[in-house]
Ligand binder design. Structure first.
Ligand code: ATP
Length: 297
């Protein structure tokens, strides 16, 4: 994590081909205010980036834009040569993109193994659900999917629990199963939404190790409030405030950035203080952000 050159280049918004993921001037509004604006950054393969910022800063919106859950109103997104700007969620898996949700989101009536197999239908010609319905079922496909699901559970640190129901597992283990469900699709861009939420302090180092391992063959973008975890695990930290990317770079550099301190301490920034919830002009997106409050985590 000593080579910080690419991150510094990303600060000036270069949409360079050497980056796996690039976002250029991405903006998204809800009604009259912009939840995200002028958001430009780039991430190389094998890197972990955190999205942090006070409540309502736009972290979830950016994650949702990256995975096609919401469409950007402006800007461009590219991953691995593919244009994600008009991405629809059903194309995620085929582009090698997976995300976890803030909650656990497992099907309570399916076993752990079945829950994970649901995430891997990209690789099975006869998908898991058609197998369940008995339509176009292929034992070989289902066996291969089963093996991938078991391997994903192993990788996520929850081996030997495949026959249990989610309700029989601890919260930390359920979160790992949800992660395994994302991993079974063998994603090359992995989006994690608050992976540490609900975990104890003692469970964080293991999670940190796991996230680092996952970056071996993927770009990882993590929304997380646990700054100590992000400082130790991430190659880059992107700080959002009132929908704007106010800092992006290696953790120590971002930590020393006065704009970040201002955002977290809740000191009024003269540039945003006056902005109201009015419709911004096409040239200058406004910052009105009625839902925002500070500070957070
Ligand atoms: P938190 O840390 O509290 O989860 P966040 O940084 O993830 O916050 P977002 O959830 O992205 O922030 O929200 C950014 C802004 O956009 C907030 O002011 C929020 O109220 C608003 N917002 C988000 N989703 C919607 C929506 N579907 N409709 C209207 N406003 C929304």
């Amino acid at each position: 994590m000593d080579d910080y050159g690419p991150h510094e280049a990303a600060l000036v918004g270069a949409a360079d081909d050497s980056y796996a993921l690039t976002a250029t001037d991405v903006a998204r509004r809800y009604g009259r205010f912009w939840a995200l604006r002028d958001c430009t950054f780039a991430l190389a393969e094998g890197r972990v980036a955190a999205l942090v910022g006070p409540n309502g800063a736009g972290k979830t919106t950016l994650l949702n834009v990256l995975c096609g859950f919401v469409q950007p109103d402006r800007g461009r997104l590219r991953f691995d040569g593919a244009d994600l700007t008009r991405l629809r969620p059903h194309r995620l898996a085929s582009l090698g993109i997976a995300r976890t949700l803030q909650g656990v989101g497992l099907f309570p009536g399916l076993t752990v193994l079945e829950n994970v197999m649901v995430g891997g239908t990209r690789h099975a010609r006869a998908g898991f659900w058609s197998g369940v319905a008995g339509v176009g079922r292929s034992d070989r496909d289902e066996g291969a999917l089963r093996d991938k699901a078991l391997a994903a559970l192993d990788r996520a640190g929850v081996p030997g629990m495949d026959d249990r129901l989610p309700g029989q597992l601890s919260f930390a283990h359920r979160k790992r199963v949800a992660l395994a469900r994302a991993l079974v699709a063998e994603p090359r861009l992995l989006l994690l939404d608050e992976p540490a939420s609900g975990l104890t302090e003692g469970e964080l180092p293991e999670l940190g190790e796991l996230i680092s391992q996952l970056a071996a063959d993927a770009c990882v973008v993590v929304v997380e409030h646990r700054m100590d975890l992000m400082m130790s695990v991430c190659d880059s930290i992107a700080v959002l405030d009132f929908g704007k990317l106010i800092a992006f770079g290696p953790p120590r550099q971002v930590q020393a950035n006065p704009a970040v301190t201002t955002a977290y301490l809740g000191v009024a920034d003269p540039g945003t203080e006056e902005a109201g919830p009015e419709e911004p002009s096409a040239e200058e997106p406004g910052t009105g952000h009625p839902g925002a409050e500070k500070p957070h985590g």
